[in-house]
Design a protein around this ligand. Structure first.
Ligand SMILES: CC(C)(COP(=O)(O)OP(=O)(O)OC[C@H]1O[C@@H](n2cnc3c(N)ncnc32)[C@H](O)[C@@H]1O)[C@@H](O)C(=O)NCCC(=O)NCCS
Ligand SMILES: Nc1ncnc2c1ncn2[C@@H]1O[C@H](COP(=O)(O)OP(=O)(O)OP(=O)(O)O)[C@@H](O)[C@H]1O
Length: 199
Protein backbone atom coordinates (compact mmCIF):
# COMPACT_ATOMS: atom_id res chain seq x y z
CA UNK A 1 0.00 0.00 0.00
CA UNK A 2 1.34 3.43 -0.95
CA UNK A 3 0.88 6.21 1.61
CA UNK A 4 0.74 9.73 0.17
CA UNK A 5 1.05 12.93 2.23
CA UNK A 6 -1.09 15.82 1.00
CA UNK A 7 0.28 19.09 2.31
CA UNK A 8 0.45 22.84 1.76
CA UNK A 9 0.07 26.05 3.72
CA UNK A 10 -3.18 27.26 5.22
CA UNK A 11 -5.78 28.02 2.54
CA UNK A 12 -3.84 26.52 -0.39
CA UNK A 13 -6.71 24.10 -1.07
CA UNK A 14 -5.71 20.78 0.53
CA UNK A 15 -9.29 19.97 1.54
CA UNK A 16 -10.43 20.89 -1.96
CA UNK A 17 -7.94 18.39 -3.45
CA UNK A 18 -8.77 15.83 -0.73
CA UNK A 19 -12.42 15.96 -1.79
CA UNK A 20 -11.45 15.31 -5.41
CA UNK A 21 -9.53 12.23 -4.21
CA UNK A 22 -12.40 10.95 -2.06
CA UNK A 23 -14.63 11.20 -5.11
CA UNK A 24 -12.23 8.73 -6.73
CA UNK A 25 -12.72 6.45 -3.68
CA UNK A 26 -9.25 7.12 -2.29
CA UNK A 27 -9.31 7.08 1.54
CA UNK A 28 -8.07 10.34 3.06
CA UNK A 29 -7.10 10.82 6.73
CA UNK A 30 -8.01 14.41 7.67
CA UNK A 31 -5.38 15.26 10.27
CA UNK A 32 -6.96 18.56 11.42
CA UNK A 33 -10.27 16.82 12.05
CA UNK A 34 -8.84 13.73 13.74
CA UNK A 35 -6.50 15.84 15.91
CA UNK A 36 -9.49 17.77 17.22
CA UNK A 37 -11.35 14.51 17.98
CA UNK A 38 -8.32 13.13 19.82
CA UNK A 39 -7.91 16.38 21.77
CA UNK A 40 -11.36 15.66 23.20
CA UNK A 41 -11.00 11.87 23.64
CA UNK A 42 -7.47 11.43 24.96
CA UNK A 43 -7.09 11.86 28.72
CA UNK A 44 -3.35 12.55 28.32
CA UNK A 45 -3.96 15.40 25.89
CA UNK A 46 -6.76 16.79 28.05
CA UNK A 47 -4.52 16.94 31.12
CA UNK A 48 -1.68 18.55 29.19
CA UNK A 49 -3.91 21.11 27.49
CA UNK A 50 -5.44 22.18 30.80
CA UNK A 51 -1.92 22.48 32.26
CA UNK A 52 -0.63 24.67 29.41
CA UNK A 53 -3.71 26.59 28.30
CA UNK A 54 -5.85 26.52 31.49
CA UNK A 55 -9.33 25.19 32.30
CA UNK A 56 -10.71 27.34 29.49
CA UNK A 57 -9.09 25.02 26.90
CA UNK A 58 -12.45 23.20 27.04
CA UNK A 59 -16.00 24.52 26.99
CA UNK A 60 -18.32 23.70 29.90
CA UNK A 61 -19.80 20.87 27.77
CA UNK A 62 -16.36 19.29 27.29
CA UNK A 63 -15.86 20.31 23.65
CA UNK A 64 -12.70 22.12 22.53
CA UNK A 65 -12.47 25.86 22.99
CA UNK A 66 -10.83 26.28 19.58
CA UNK A 67 -10.54 30.03 19.82
CA UNK A 68 -8.76 29.84 23.19
CA UNK A 69 -6.41 27.09 22.04
CA UNK A 70 -5.66 28.90 18.77
CA UNK A 71 -4.82 32.16 20.55
CA UNK A 72 -2.45 30.27 22.89
CA UNK A 73 -0.87 28.14 20.14
CA UNK A 74 -0.26 30.87 17.58
CA UNK A 75 1.05 33.38 20.15
CA UNK A 76 4.62 32.00 20.13
CA UNK A 77 6.78 29.17 18.77
CA UNK A 78 7.24 27.88 22.33
CA UNK A 79 3.48 27.58 22.78
CA UNK A 80 3.11 25.83 19.42
CA UNK A 81 5.87 23.41 20.35
CA UNK A 82 4.16 22.53 23.67
CA UNK A 83 0.83 21.76 22.00
CA UNK A 84 2.44 19.91 19.10
CA UNK A 85 4.49 17.72 21.45
CA UNK A 86 1.34 16.80 23.30
CA UNK A 87 -0.94 16.15 20.34
CA UNK A 88 1.20 14.82 17.50
CA UNK A 89 2.35 11.48 19.01
CA UNK A 90 -1.30 10.56 19.65
CA UNK A 91 -2.25 11.58 16.10
CA UNK A 92 0.61 9.50 14.71
CA UNK A 93 -0.60 6.35 16.52
CA UNK A 94 -4.17 7.00 15.40
CA UNK A 95 -3.07 7.42 11.77
CA UNK A 96 -1.10 4.15 11.83
CA UNK A 97 -4.11 2.29 13.27
CA UNK A 98 -6.31 3.84 10.57
CA UNK A 99 -3.85 2.72 7.86
CA UNK A 100 -4.02 -0.85 9.18
CA UNK A 101 -7.78 -0.84 8.64
CA UNK A 102 -7.57 0.27 4.98
CA UNK A 103 -7.28 -2.33 2.26
CA UNK A 104 -6.93 -0.28 -0.94
CA UNK A 105 -3.65 0.24 -2.84
CA UNK A 106 -3.34 3.96 -1.91
CA UNK A 107 -4.15 6.05 1.14
CA UNK A 108 -3.65 9.75 1.78
CA UNK A 109 -2.79 11.78 4.88
CA UNK A 110 -3.96 15.39 4.53
CA UNK A 111 -1.86 17.59 6.82
CA UNK A 112 -0.89 21.28 6.64
CA UNK A 113 2.15 20.73 8.87
CA UNK A 114 3.30 17.39 7.45
CA UNK A 115 7.01 18.34 7.55
CA UNK A 116 6.91 20.42 10.75
CA UNK A 117 5.29 17.52 12.64
CA UNK A 118 7.61 14.87 11.18
CA UNK A 119 4.59 13.05 9.73
CA UNK A 120 6.36 13.02 6.37
CA UNK A 121 8.27 10.02 7.82
CA UNK A 122 4.97 8.10 7.84
CA UNK A 123 4.31 8.47 4.10
CA UNK A 124 6.06 7.29 0.92
CA UNK A 125 5.38 10.29 -1.34
CA UNK A 126 4.40 13.89 -0.74
CA UNK A 127 2.01 15.91 -2.87
CA UNK A 128 2.17 19.66 -2.27
CA UNK A 129 -0.69 22.01 -3.08
CA UNK A 130 0.33 25.63 -3.72
CA UNK A 131 -1.30 28.98 -4.26
CA UNK A 132 0.09 32.52 -3.97
CA UNK A 133 0.14 33.80 -0.37
CA UNK A 134 -2.35 36.57 -1.10
CA UNK A 135 -4.82 34.06 -2.57
CA UNK A 136 -4.47 31.77 0.49
CA UNK A 137 -4.93 34.70 2.83
CA UNK A 138 -8.09 35.90 1.12
CA UNK A 139 -9.57 32.39 0.89
CA UNK A 140 -9.17 31.77 4.62
CA UNK A 141 -10.44 35.22 5.61
CA UNK A 142 -13.53 34.53 3.51
CA UNK A 143 -13.98 30.87 4.59
CA UNK A 144 -13.47 31.40 8.35
CA UNK A 145 -14.41 35.07 8.76
CA UNK A 146 -10.86 35.48 10.13
CA UNK A 147 -8.83 38.69 10.23
CA UNK A 148 -5.67 39.15 8.16
CA UNK A 149 -3.61 39.15 11.40
CA UNK A 150 -5.11 35.82 12.53
CA UNK A 151 -4.32 34.12 9.23
CA UNK A 152 -0.81 35.61 9.15
CA UNK A 153 -0.16 34.27 12.68
CA UNK A 154 -0.97 30.76 11.42
CA UNK A 155 1.21 31.24 8.34
CA UNK A 156 4.07 32.32 10.60
CA UNK A 157 3.78 29.04 12.55
CA UNK A 158 4.33 27.06 9.34
CA UNK A 159 7.23 26.33 7.00
CA UNK A 160 7.77 28.54 3.92
CA UNK A 161 6.42 27.35 0.58
CA UNK A 162 9.97 27.44 -0.85
CA UNK A 163 11.05 24.86 1.73
CA UNK A 164 7.98 22.70 1.09
CA UNK A 165 8.70 22.86 -2.67
CA UNK A 166 12.25 21.68 -2.12
CA UNK A 167 11.02 18.63 -0.23
CA UNK A 168 7.82 17.57 -2.02
CA UNK A 169 7.74 14.89 -4.76
CA UNK A 170 4.76 16.34 -6.66
CA UNK A 171 3.35 19.87 -6.83
CA UNK A 172 -0.12 21.05 -7.82
CA UNK A 173 -0.88 24.71 -8.52
CA UNK A 174 -4.25 25.72 -7.14
CA UNK A 175 -4.08 29.44 -7.89
CA UNK A 176 -7.64 29.56 -9.20
CA UNK A 177 -6.68 29.46 -12.89
CA UNK A 178 -4.93 26.08 -13.22
CA UNK A 179 -6.44 22.73 -14.17
CA UNK A 180 -6.25 21.01 -10.78
CA UNK A 181 -8.17 17.89 -11.77
CA UNK A 182 -5.96 17.33 -14.84
CA UNK A 183 -2.77 17.79 -12.83
CA UNK A 184 -4.05 15.44 -10.15
CA UNK A 185 -4.90 12.79 -12.75
CA UNK A 186 -1.35 12.96 -14.21
CA UNK A 187 0.27 12.71 -10.78
CA UNK A 188 -1.95 9.83 -9.78
CA UNK A 189 -0.96 7.89 -12.88
CA UNK A 190 2.73 8.38 -11.96
CA UNK A 191 2.22 7.33 -8.33
CA UNK A 192 0.21 4.30 -9.40
CA UNK A 193 2.85 3.27 -11.96
CA UNK A 194 5.48 3.44 -9.21
CA UNK A 195 3.29 1.27 -7.01
CA UNK A 196 2.78 -1.33 -9.74
CA UNK A 197 6.55 -1.44 -10.37
CA UNK A 198 7.11 -2.14 -6.67
CA UNK A 199 4.44 -4.88 -6.47
C1 LIG B 1 -5.70 25.61 16.97
C2 LIG B 1 -6.95 24.84 16.61
C3 LIG B 1 -7.82 24.61 17.85
C4 LIG B 1 -7.73 25.68 15.58
O1 LIG B 1 -8.88 24.97 15.15
P1 LIG B 1 -9.66 25.46 13.82
O2 LIG B 1 -10.90 24.60 13.69
O3 LIG B 1 -9.83 26.93 13.87
O4 LIG B 1 -8.68 25.17 12.63
P2 LIG B 1 -8.23 23.76 11.96
O5 LIG B 1 -7.96 22.73 13.00
O6 LIG B 1 -9.18 23.39 10.89
O7 LIG B 1 -6.82 24.15 11.37
C5 LIG B 1 -6.76 25.03 10.26
C6 LIG B 1 -5.36 25.26 9.88
O8 LIG B 1 -4.61 25.89 10.94
C7 LIG B 1 -3.26 25.53 10.81
N1 LIG B 1 -2.78 24.82 12.02
C8 LIG B 1 -3.47 24.02 12.88
N2 LIG B 1 -2.67 23.54 13.85
C9 LIG B 1 -1.44 24.02 13.60
C10 LIG B 1 -0.18 23.89 14.23
N3 LIG B 1 -0.03 23.11 15.32
N4 LIG B 1 0.88 24.54 13.69
C11 LIG B 1 0.75 25.31 12.59
N5 LIG B 1 -0.41 25.48 11.93
C12 LIG B 1 -1.49 24.84 12.43
C13 LIG B 1 -3.21 24.60 9.59
O9 LIG B 1 -3.00 25.31 8.41
C14 LIG B 1 -4.58 24.01 9.57
O10 LIG B 1 -4.91 23.43 8.35
C15 LIG B 1 -6.61 23.46 15.97
O11 LIG B 1 -6.04 23.63 14.71
C16 LIG B 1 -5.66 22.67 16.83
O12 LIG B 1 -6.08 22.16 17.84
N6 LIG B 1 -4.35 22.58 16.45
C17 LIG B 1 -3.38 21.86 17.26
C18 LIG B 1 -3.29 20.42 16.85
C19 LIG B 1 -2.59 20.29 15.52
O13 LIG B 1 -1.38 20.45 15.43
N7 LIG B 1 -3.40 20.01 14.47
C20 LIG B 1 -2.90 19.98 13.13
C21 LIG B 1 -2.34 18.72 12.65
S1 LIG B 1 -1.99 17.44 13.77
N1 LIG C 1 -9.59 25.80 -6.98
C1 LIG C 1 -10.48 26.39 -6.17
N2 LIG C 1 -11.56 27.01 -6.67
C2 LIG C 1 -12.44 27.65 -5.88
N3 LIG C 1 -12.34 27.71 -4.53
C3 LIG C 1 -11.30 27.09 -3.97
C4 LIG C 1 -10.31 26.41 -4.75
N4 LIG C 1 -9.40 25.89 -3.91
C5 LIG C 1 -9.79 26.23 -2.66
N5 LIG C 1 -10.91 26.97 -2.71
C6 LIG C 1 -11.63 27.51 -1.53
O1 LIG C 1 -10.68 28.19 -0.71
C7 LIG C 1 -10.91 27.91 0.67
C8 LIG C 1 -9.66 27.26 1.26
O2 LIG C 1 -9.50 25.96 0.67
P1 LIG C 1 -9.32 24.65 1.59
O3 LIG C 1 -10.24 24.68 2.75
O4 LIG C 1 -9.34 23.46 0.69
O5 LIG C 1 -7.81 24.96 2.09
P2 LIG C 1 -6.90 24.12 3.05
O6 LIG C 1 -5.55 24.09 2.46
O7 LIG C 1 -7.54 22.80 3.37
O8 LIG C 1 -6.92 25.07 4.35
P3 LIG C 1 -6.54 24.76 5.90
O9 LIG C 1 -5.05 24.66 5.99
O10 LIG C 1 -7.09 25.92 6.64
O11 LIG C 1 -7.22 23.47 6.29
C9 LIG C 1 -12.15 27.02 0.75
O12 LIG C 1 -13.27 27.82 1.02
C10 LIG C 1 -12.21 26.41 -0.66
O13 LIG C 1 -13.52 26.05 -1.02
Amino acid sequence: MIKVGLTGGIGCGKSYVADLLRRRHIPVYDTDKEAKRLMMESATIRRGLVDWVGERAYMPDGTLNRERIASYLFASPLHAERINRLVHPVVQDDFLQWVDKQDGPLVVMECAILYESGFDRLVDEVLLVRAPERVCLERVMKRDGASEAQVKARMAAQMSDEERCRRAHYIINNDGGSDVEGALRDIWVKIDRGRLRED
